[in-house]
Ligand binder design. Structure first.
Ligand code: NAP
Length: 401
C-alpha cells in the first residue's frame, strides 16, 4: 500500500511570496516547508488512539514523510481544515464513520487523524499520477481521511481536484464539501420545489442553515428561519439581521416559534396557506422541532440531518395521519460515497457562486496552526466546537508548518 511505503517528500523549498501578494493569500502561501535531513518532510497531525472527549484523547504527533514517493502517491500540504460538529462526534466514538486506528504514522498506539474536510495543495506527485500536478488544490472525496494534519500522502482515488481555484480562498474550498452540499441536496433531492415555495428550518445560523438560506434565495424559495434566543435582545436582533442580509425571508427565535400567535403569523406570510411550506430542515430535535413540524403544509417533508440539542424527535401523530407529513434523514457522506460525480458537480457549482460573490462565506474563527503551535491550543480549539453561541466555525489555517 502506498502509504505504507513511506513516500518521498517534495524537494525542500523555501518559497516566500512577494510581500505585495501576501494580503490576498494570507498565511497559506507565505511559508516554508519544514524539511528534515535527507529531504524528509516533517509533519504534524492531531491524532487519537481511543474514543473520548477531544481534550482527553487528542494528541499532537510529529512524524516524517520519506522522500521516496511511490509512483501512485501524492504529497499534499494542508491549507485549511474546519472543525465540524461531526468531527467531534467521530472522536467521541458516536459517529458512524470510524476511521481505523493504524500504525502508519508511527504513534505509540495505533491511531486515527481527526477531521474530515479540508483544502490541500499538491506538493509533489508520483510518476504515475496524471490527473493533478504540483500546485493544484484538492479536497477529499470521502469522509474519514483525517484532515487535521500539516501534510499527508494520498492516492488519486482519495481526492477531488478543484478545477479552477482562481478567486477562491483555502477556507472557502476547505468548507464547501460538507455544509453547502448538504443544504443544496436537501433542498433539491426530496421535494420538487418551485419559485415561491417555502421551507422552514432550525439551526438557521449554522453553516448548513446559512447555505440553505442563500441557495434558497437564488432559487426563488422563501424561508422561515429559526434561531435560538441569544443571551440579550441586541444579539438576537443582530443575528436576525445577519440572516435577513443573506436572503432569509423571515427569521424567528425558538420562543417566537413556541408562541401561540406564531400560527397566525405563518398563515399571513403564506397567504392563508396558499403558498406551501413543502420542506422542513431539522438539525436540532426536541420540542422546537415538534413545533416546527406543525407549520409544514399537508404532504410536506421533514428532513432531519442533525441533533444538536441531543433531544429525541417526537412526532405529533396528527402530522402523520391527517397531514401525511413525510419524515426522512439525510447524510451527506452517504450521498457523496454513492454519487461522486454529483458531488464534484455540486462542489463546482457552489464554488462558482462563491467566486461570483452570490454565495457568501460562513463566519469563521481562524485558528492558525504553525509549526510551533502548542498541542493544548489545538485541542482547546477542537473541544470548544460543541459549545453554543459561537462567533464562527473554527477553521485551522496552516501557516509556517
Ligand atoms: N447529516 C449530514 O450530512 C450533515 C452535514 C452537515 C452538518 N450536519 C449536522 O448539522 C448540524 C449543524 O452543523 P454545522 O456544521 O452547520 O454547524 P455549525 O456551523 O458549527 O453551527 C452549529 C449550530 O448548532 C446550533 N447549536 C449548538 N448547540 C445547540 C443546542 N444545544 N441546541 C440547539 N442548537 C444548537 C448552533 O446554534 P447557536 O448559534 O444558537 O449556538 C448553530 O446553529 C450538526 O448537527 C452537524 O452534525 C449534518
Amino acid at each position: 500500500m502506498v502509504l505504507q511505503q513511506a513516500a518521498r517528500a517534495h524537494p525542500s523549498s523555501a518559497a516566500f511570496l512577494p510581500r505585495a501578494l501576501a494580503p490576498r493569500y494570507g498565511p497559506w502561501l507565505c511559508r516554508r516547508h519544514k524539511s528534515g535531513p535527507y529531504g524528509y518532510t516533517q509533519a504534524k497531525a492531531l491524532v487519537y488512539s481511543k474514543y473520548g472527549e477531544p481534550s482527553d484523547v487528542l494528541s499532537l504527533h510529529t512524524h516524517s514523510i520519506s522522500p521516496s514517493l511511490p509512483s501512485s502517491a501524492l504529497l499534499l500540504r494542508t491549507l485549511a481544515s474546519p472543525i465540524n460538529p461531526a468531527d467531534i462526534n467521530q472522536i467521541q466514538g458516536v459517529y458512524p464513520v470510524k476511521p481505523p486506528f493504524t500504525s502508519l504514522l508511527g504513534t505509540s498506539a495505533p491511531s486515527a487523524v481527526g477531521g474530515n474536510e479540508g483544502c490541500f495543495e499538491v506538493v509533489s506527485v508520483g510518476s504515475a499520477i496524471k490527473s493533478v500536478t504540483k500546485g493544484d488544490w484538492v479536497i477529499m472525496k470521502n469522509t474519514g481521511f483525517g484532515t487535521w494534519r500539516t501534510h499527508t500522502l494520498a492516492e488519486e482515488k482519495d481526492i477531488l481536484k478543484i478545477g479552477n481555484k482562481e478567486g477562491l480562498t483555502p477556507i472557502q474550498v476547505g468548507t464547501v464539501s460538507v455544509n453547502p452540499c448538504t443544504a443544496y441536496r436537501m433542498l433539491k433531492d426530496f421535494e420538487k420545489m418551485s419559485e415561491g415555495d417555502w421551507f422552514i428550518q432550525n439551526g438557521a445560523n449554522s453553516g448548513v442553515g446559512r447555505a440553505a438560506i442563500q441557495l434558497g434565495r437564488q432559487w426563488g424559495l422563501k424561508s422561515i428561519n429559526i434561531i435560538r434566543d441569544r443571551p440579550d435582545a441586541a444579539a438576537t436582533l443582530a443575528m436576525k439581521n445577519e440572516l435577513l442580509g443573506l436572503g432569509a425571508t423571515k427569521v424567528v427565535t425558538e420562543s417566537e416559534l413556541m408562541d401561540q400567535s406564531f400560527k397566525e403569523k405563518v398563515n399571513e406570510w403564506t397567504s392563508g396557506g396558499r403558498e406551501l411550506i413543502k420542506v422542513g430542515l431539522n438539525c436540532v430535535g426536541g420540542k422546537p422541532t415538534s413545533a416546527l413540524i406543525k407549520h409544514l403544509s399537508p404532504s410536506g417533508h421533514l428532513i432531519t440531518y442533525g441533533g444538536m440539542s441531543k433531544q429525541p424527535l417526537s412526532l405529533p401523530v396528527s402530522a402523520l395521519i391527517f397531514k401525511d407529513i413525510k419524515f426522512s434523514g439525510y447524510w451527506v457522506s452517504r450521498w457523496s460515497d454513492a454519487h461522486p460525480d454529483d458531488k464534484k458537480r455540486t462542489v463546482d457549482e457552489i464554488l462558482e457562486m462563491t467566486r461570483k460573490g452570490t454565495f457568501k462565506d460562513i463566519p469563521v474563527q481562524e485558528l492558525r496552526w504553525d509549526w510551533g503551535t502548542e498541542e493544548t491550543t489545538l485541542k482547546k480549539a477542537v473541544q470548544g466546537t460543541l459549545s453554543g453561541f459561537r462567533a464562527g466555525k473554527g477553521v485551522f489555517v496552516y501557516g509556517d508548518t
